[in-house]
Write a protein that binds this ligand. Structure first.
Ligand code: HEC
Ligand code: HEC
Length: 218
């Protein structure tokens, strides 16, 4: 971290009258400005560099198997880390990592990622996404599947313990739905997501996942 006060004091100290020194000063100030630019672009660094490897600096992972965690609500984020730590939510990758996160660090991590803006994905199959929109907005009446928007927000923005889904990688969303259905993921309170996923076909899951990636959450 650059301490602006100290750096500028050092640069300004040898200032004397004369055009040569003015040119040096201008160059020095230009250098200082370019050194400070990255700080202006990103106000805060990620609290833990370990997370960046998979979830990216701003929480918008570029690898489809790693979820985007940007914009997750503090409550949901905190619950997931706690669940991973207790192996209540089982993941061979995230489980061991979560056990390395100190309880005192969780609040800082949750606050940082909740403030990052989620970047949405790109739909590759428009027909599938159109079917997904119907499921998301209206549910599947015949199979008693409720509208996803009822809990996750009309635009996928989420709130509290209902996670933001908007913009998530389709393959991650699809995997989580399969995990709920097959009871590989069992950390949902009152089995709410397991009950829903069990009533969905694999094609329903693919469709809704394809639609969700296009949502902007606003
Ligand atoms: C080696 C890659 C890797 C690293 C490093 C990593 N994660 Fe993860 N993370 C994953 C994977 C994979 C999942 C999905 C696990 C699953 O399938 O349930 C995940 C899931 C999560 C989730 C749940 C997301 C959701 O939408 O439910 C959170 C929160 C999270 N990670 C936070 C972190 C934090 C904080 C760090 C740094 C301390 C971190 N991760 C480091 C791979 C990683
Ligand atoms: C009655 C409320 C409710 C409805 C309706 C609902 N969900 Fe959920 N969903 C939840 C809750 C609560 C969680 C968080 C579970 C936990 O604590 O891990 C969740 C989690 C999820 C996750 C995991 C997100 C992540 O980041 O890992 C996905 C994916 C998901 N829901 C998709 C859907 C889809 C698709 C639908 C519609 C077919 C739907 N949900 C309908 C309540 C609901």
């Amino acid at each position: 971290m650059i301490e602006t006060g100290k750096v500028s004091a050092q640069i300004l100290r040898p200032r004397r009258a004369g055009s040569g020194n003015n040119a040096t000063l201008i160059l020095a100030l230009a250098f200082l400005a370019s050194a400070l630019l990255p700080l202006a672009v990103r106000a805060e660094d990620p609290p833990n560099p370990v997370c960046t490897a998979c979830h990216n600096e701003d929480g918008n992972s570029v690898v489809p198997d790693y979820p985007k965690i940007a914009g997750l609500d503090v409550a949901y984020f905190t619950k997931q880390i706690a669940d991973f730590k207790k192996f209540k939510r089982v993941s061979e990758i995230m489980g061991p990592i979560a056990t390395q996160i100190a309880d005192s660090e969780i609040e800082l991590l949750a606050a940082y990622y909740s403030k990052q803006k989620r970047i949405s994905g790109v739909v590759t199959d428009q027909n599938l996404a159109a079917k997904g929109l119907m499921i998301y907005a209206e549910g599947i009446v015949d199979n008693a599947v409720p509208a996803c928007g009822g809990c996750h927000g009309e635009k996928g923005e989420g709130a509290n313990n209902f996670p933001r889904l908007a913009g998530q990688h389709a393959s991650y969303t699809n995997t989580q739905l399969l995990n709920f259905k097959n009871q590989v993921r069992n950390n949902d309170a009152r089995k709410v997501m397991r009950a829903i996923a069990m009533r969905m076909t694999e094609q329903d899951m693919q469709a809704v996942s394809e639609y969700i990636t296009s949502l902007k959450g606003e």
